[in-house]
Design a protein around this ligand. Structure first.
Ligand SMILES: [Fe+2]
Length: 480
């Protein structure tokens, strides 16, 4: 397949080759004056064309930021200068192929390139970028997006593949991480304090290699994922990485005190599924004892003509980026050890949930999720709008604007001096393939259905990407 035939290297996905810093002036509506801070989004942006097949997840990480203050906005983008990208820049050519091609045998330290392209958070005074397959975390300066280098870590963590969706507790400044791998114990969990000191670190023994994508935290507990979509173990033994949905195995969620010990991990079983993203988790005092509640957006499992889960098709859906998700809740009862689970909404196809991040770990009423296009076009994932879910009312309002607008994960940006949980905005990028232009969109988080209250045209296209974060001016000043 030639370069021009690969959907995720074309249109709104095509990589760009300029790093810019520009004040934004092409504004429709008004930038809210009570919006102070920076929106940062990570995503793939291939620097060198590599031979072989390309997957959307392969490109080198690039941060795109929009800084807001006093009703004005500035845009900036920069590559994350990973070790691998620097090696390629020195060589002047690609040195790794993508995840669809064989890993490098001559590089046991990095058989697959750590592109650091997946996730970005604010920790210990820096932006930290992370990769979904796990590797070194990279530190970038919030003021100019330049890469400082690998996040300095305790010697015990030097070779630990820290995963994207490790979490920052912005109330304590702690970095809570998980790392998974192909060798026993298959997972580790730990906590660094806001100065970078490793306070808690433990092995998490799993039955075999797994592919968890996210974790969840409450003030007192961390929830780790062991889901039954992982390697076909016969193929794995032969050195191949074929995914299989092990539909006879339960999903398992490990609940462990934040600063606990391995013997305190309690595993809760639930219906077999696979999920990428958690919306939130919190502790509730139920009549039957403390419950840990977790919400998220697991796949809606494909079924065959008889309504049975199509176990063959499911792994192919993931590989082809065919997206069909629902909104879901799990309750883990610490007294009984039982799990209760329910579908919150299986009508609207929604993913990339965000909350008011100050409320992470505490009961939240709202989750703002991205509407996913239910397209049969493989490898052409379209984020077609925004949903505002109200868990108290069990209701949802949505916004989409036709097939030509491609939205993105839109983190919640609290207003200056916010009071209520939803007192703020949703800030994201939007690609309009009719006008071939990229925009920053600002939604009123109370009312997404009216569409963006402000749109800002960007001077260059921002390739469609992955995770974003909002760092308020207050957090930037505080340093964690
Ligand atoms: Fe993710």
């Amino acid at each position: 397949m030639g370069f021009n035939e690969i959907p995720v290297l074309n249109g709104g996905f095509a990589p760009i080759d300029h790093e810019l810093t520009l004040d934004l002036t092409d504004i429709e509506g008004e930038i809210p004056k009570d919006l102070t801070g920076m929106y940062v989004r990570n995503g793939p942006n291939r620097r060198f064309e590599a031979p072989g097949r390309y997957h959307w997840f392969d490109g080198d990480g690039m941060l795109h930021a929009v800084r807001f203050a006093n009703g004005k906005a500035q845009y900036q983008n920069r590559w994350v200068m990973t070790d691998s990208l620097q090696e390629e820049l020195s060589a002047g050519t690609a040195l790794w192929q993508g995840i669809k091609d064989p890993p490098r045998k001559d590089r046991p330290d990095m058989p697959i390139k750590n592109t650091s392209n997946t996730d970005v958070k604010y920790y210990a005074g820096h932006l930290v970028s992370m990769w979904y397959l796990g590797g070194s975390v990279y530190q970038c300066r919030p003021d100019d997006l330049s890469t400082v280098g690998r996040l300095p870590v305790d010697p015990r963590l030097v070779d630990l593949p820290i995963s994207a969706h490790s979490r920052v507790d912005e109330r304590t400044g702690e970095f809570l991480f998980f790392a998974y791998g192909k060798e026993a114990p298959y997972m580790h969990y730990g906590v660094m304090d806001r100065l970078g000191q490793l306070k808690t670190f433990m092995p998490v023994q799993l039955p075999g290699p797994r592919l968890p994508h996210d974790m969840a935290i409450t003030p007192n507990y961390t929830i780790l994922h062991d889901l039954p979509l992982f390697y076909d173990m016969d193929a794995f033994a032969a050195g191949r990485h074929k995914l299989k949905f092990h539909h006879t195995l339960p999903s398992r969620f490990g609940v462990v005190p934040r600063h606990g010990t391995p013997d305190q991990i309690r595993w809760f079983e639930a219906n077999p599924t696979y999920m990428y993203h958690v919306s939130n988790a919190w502790e509730e005092d139920g009549q039957g004892g403390t419950e840990i509640v977790m919400t998220g957006t697991p796949f809606r499992l494909p079924t065959d003509m008889r309504g049975k889960v199509d176990v063959e098709r499911f792994p192919k859906m993931l590989a082809n980026l065919e997206h069909d998700f629902m909104f879901y809740e799990w309750r883990f009862n610490l007294r009984t050890g039982q799990t209760k689970e329910r579908v919150i909404d299986d009508i609207i196809n929604q993913e990339f949930p965000v909350i008011n991040s100050w409320m992470q770990g505490y009961k939240t009423r709202y989750s703002w999720n991205v509407l996913m296009g239910r397209s049969n076009r493989a490898e052409d994932p379209r984020f077609c709008g925004i949903a505002r879910y109200d868990l108290q009312q069990d209701s949802c309002t949505t916004y989409h604007a036709g097939v030509h607008k491609w939205f993105s994960e839109a983190p919640f940006a609290p207003k200056d001096n916010w009071q209520a949980e939803d007192d703020g905005y949703l800030v994201g990028f939007m690609w309009d393939d009719l006008s071939q232009s990229s925009w920053v969109t600002i939604f009123d988080a109370h009312d997404v259905a009216q569409g963006p209250v402000c749109r800002i045209r960007l001077p260059q296209r921002v390739p469609n990407g992955f995770h974003a974060t909002w760092v308020s001016g207050e957090r930037l000043a505080r340093g964690y």
